[in-house]
Write a protein that binds this ligand. Sequence first.
Ligand code: KIV
Length: 266
Amino acid sequence: MAASTRRVTILDLAAAKRVRRPLTMVTAYDWPGARLVDAAGVDCALVGDSVAMVVAGRDSTLPATLEQMIYHGEIVARAVARALVVVDLPFPFQHLGARTAVEACARILKETGCQAVKLEGTAGQAGVIAAIVAAGIPVMGHVGLRPQAVHQLGGYRVQRDVDRLLEDARAAVDAGACAVVLECIPAEAARAITAAVAVPTIGIGAGPHCDGQVLVYHDLVGLSTGRVPKFVRAYADSKTAIADALARWRRDVEDRRFPGAAETLG
Ligand code: KIV
């Protein structure tokens, strides 16, 4: 079925869960990537703070700043016509109290043109989520492996405390979150959370029982440079294709085969 051209809203996310239609979300950071994500009919384009790792080559998401998220968010929101654009709240705004978090999310919404924010948190951030939602800003929660807490969690490890995961997800939903990302948790934990909460769960490394799936764009299209997690499936080998194009162009220039007649102006 062809995707409609109307903007996806948070009501569509809720409806998808009701009719058990799997939701799709992919990260996007720049104009060409965001256009491709939108043209593919993906439901949500996530401007993830993973931009710090996959685009800027940092070793965690912690260095992503509010200004950088707004810069990339504005590009993606302008490039995308249909998908719901979600921008990550970077570390540590959700830990600085409700007022500071609402101010940061309001800047993201106003200055990018996105439709929702995502924030990593435990049950301890429920009050902050409630304040952002009360300001009229849709919030996606993010529980399980929270990359912003990588040092506290002792690395990028599977999170197995099912009671704690359920508590965190329920707290986000009770506070008004419109969806919850579940990262790097056992499939059975994701199944239990998905059954327990009324809003969609969107999994990454959380198995097949979530209401939707999200992947990082560079992992999905085979452009990532570092180690790719086990839960990723690459649907293309773009890195090899681009490396090959660059090498062929360099050889053509060196052997005076480029530019040819077709690329030469009269
Ligand atoms: O920043 C990001 O890309 C994310 C996804 C991994 C869900 O939060």
